[in-house]
Design a protein around this ligand. Structure first.
Ligand SMILES: C[S@@+](CC[C@H](N)C(=O)[O-])C[C@H]1O[C@@H](n2cnc3c(N)ncnc32)[C@H](O)[C@@H]1O
Length: 503
């Protein structure tokens, strides 16, 4: 299920993508919004004076940034309406089903299962209820009721809301668990009988059956007698490298589980459960994530090469000095090195992450043009008038909003007078009400004590403050490119065509 509700049901590939990345965010969003009383604090559309986000945060006693990161998603999902003056009200169908006491109780009951669901792996192995906060929870029975014995909701809108609220995260965790048990990998190699699957995964009879029943319900598997395998569609979608890639995405989502469960605490008090501003937590998280970042290297390399080609339209890259800040896998800097063999690239990141970047740069035979610079991007002085291009690829969203002016000041100082700043980011619509994937990404940045996503004009205002008065925003597939420079410097106004497959 993806949103807003559309006439055509999503394909299995689209659903898997959503379950891997955003389904647990969606459940946490709705569970937290309800827990905070956000819907109840808003007037019904057309029946009262719309409320601005600051006032709403005051009403529910929570942080403005936190409430804003929820509300922008609720607006995008069309559960909350935002008028031209940014006044908020709850839509009529939502107000109606939330007044239904029995439905409300179903939501409350479903909300209690987040932690127990996190122990699904144990439940599948033992076939027994799990213990959580001193109580026994029959997670396998919960999955049966949730997916195989649905209770009618008071309206189609209520059913859609319940699905997002209760089942979205449950789908993600089922797939996380099936991945961890090695069940999906077993099924990918062909049909298997129950005994073989139990032996390979350590699952109990009851646990395996339930997982397979729900996977079948999701359209991934089918079982005849005691033999199970992927459906034809699942086989096609999970062919080759697609399954390992998907499993890595699920494992990244799993890292956020507890923080999503406790999102209400974070929105209320800005108390961060997965605090990436803690140096040790950040080191571990990004060291782990750099594998994931490397897994998406090939697709991001398409984007970064296209960005380098776009800049080469207005400025020769020959002999250019390039600084790639928060380089991660190195995918952005190395694209400049590969586009122009005389360009020199400095890769800046945490030491532990640079080890991975070095391997990737070496593989692309660009070590001769490389310098690796370990440091802390929050405090590092990047020098003065030293670089023709500075790249900030997917890194501004790591900085809390109050750190952005200082970051831009250090970066503008390090740019040569004719230099160009290259920001690759998830740039929001001017109304900050989409795109949906960007907003979910933004919610994760908020809950990990990282930054805000901005619109083009919000970036332009901050950049103008440091003298980079000329900006353009060019949409790449999946993210945006904001280019900035001092007045009079020519910036490209359109993207170069996509590069050919070979690097
Ligand atoms: C979201 S990743 C982006 C990676 C890469 N630029 C890309 O587009 O794939 C953010 C990067 O910022 C780095 N980072 C986060 N905090 C940092 C800090 N305090 N100092 C240096 N690098 C940091 C992380 O290690 C990570 O590689």
């Amino acid at each position: 299920m993806s949103a807003p509700p559309s006439a055509t049901p999503p394909s299995l590939a689209q659903s898997l993508h959503f379950w891997a990345r955003n389904a647990s965010n969606e459940s946490a969003l709705l569970r937290t919004s309800l827990g905070l009383g956000l819907f109840d604090a808003l007037p019904v559309r057309g029946e009262g004076t719309p409320v601005k986000v600051d006032a709403l945060a005051g009403k529910v006693g929570a942080s403005v940034r936190g409430v804003r990161s929820l509300v922008e998603l609720l607006v995008c999902l069309e559960l909350v309406h935002m008028d031209e003056a940014r006044g908020l009200s709850v839509t009529k169908p939502v107000a109606t089903f939330l007044k239904d006491a029995a439905f409300r109780e179903r939501l409350r009951e479903a909300a209690r299962w987040w932690s127990p669901i996190g122990q699904l792996e144990e439940a599948v192995k033992t076939g027994e209820p799990v213990t959580c906060e001193g109580q026994r929870w029959d997670v396998l029975e919960h999955y049966r009721r949730l997916f195989l014995e649905p209770v009618p909701a008071p309206s189609p809108e209520a059913e859609d809301f319940f699905d997002r609220f209760a089942r979205s995260a449950a789908r993600t965790w089922l797939l996380v668990t099936a991945g961890r048990l090695g069940l999906l990998e077993q099924l990918a190699t062909g049909e298997k009988d129950e005994a073989a699957l139990r032996a390979a995964t350590g699952a109990s009879e009851r646990g395996l059956r339930r997982v397979l029943e729900v996977l079948a319900h999701l359209g991934l598997t089918r079982t005849e007698g005691t033999t199970s395998g992927f459906t034809d569609e699942a086989r096609q979608v999970l062919d080759g490298k697609a399954l390992p890639y998907l499993l890595r995405s699920f494992s990244v989502s799993a890292q956020y589980w507890e923080a999503l469960e406790r999102l209400e605490e974070t929105v209320r008090h800005e108390r961060f459960i997965l605090d990436l501003k803690d140096a040790e937590v950040s080191r571990r998280f990004y060291a782990d994530n750099s594998n994931q970042i490397t897994a998406v290297f090939a697709s991001h390399f398409q984007l970064s090469r296209r960005a380098a080609a776009t800049l080469a339209q207005v400025r020769p890259l020959a002999g250019a000095s390039v600084l790639d800040i928060g380089t991660g896998s190195g995918v952005w800097g190395v694209a400049f090195a590969r586009t122009e063999p005389t360009a020199h690239v400095t890769y800046f990141d945490q030491e532990v992450v640079l080890q991975q970047a070095r391997r990737n740069v070496e593989q692309l035979k660009a070590l001769g043009q490389a310098r690796f610079w370990p440091g802390n991007l929050f405090t590092q002085d990047f020098g003065e008038a030293a670089y023709d291009f500075i790249i900030l690829p997917q890194v501004l969203n790591v900085l809390r909003p109050e750190s952005l002016p200082d970051m831009f000041r250090r970066v503008a100082r390090a740019l040569k007078p004719e230099g160009i700043l290259v920001i690759a980011e998830y740039v929001l619509h001017e109304r900050r009400d989409g795109p949906l994937d960007h907003l979910y990404f933004g919610l994760r940045r908020f809950l990990t004590n990282e930054g805000d996503l901005l619109s083009h004009s919000e970036y332009a205002a901050l950049l103008a403050d440091v003298g980079l008065t000329s900006t353009v925003c060019l949409p790449l597939p999946t993210q945006e490119l904001v280019l900035a420079a001092r007045s009079g410097v020519t910036l490209p106004t359109q993207l170069a065509p996509p590069p050919r497959a070979a690097a």
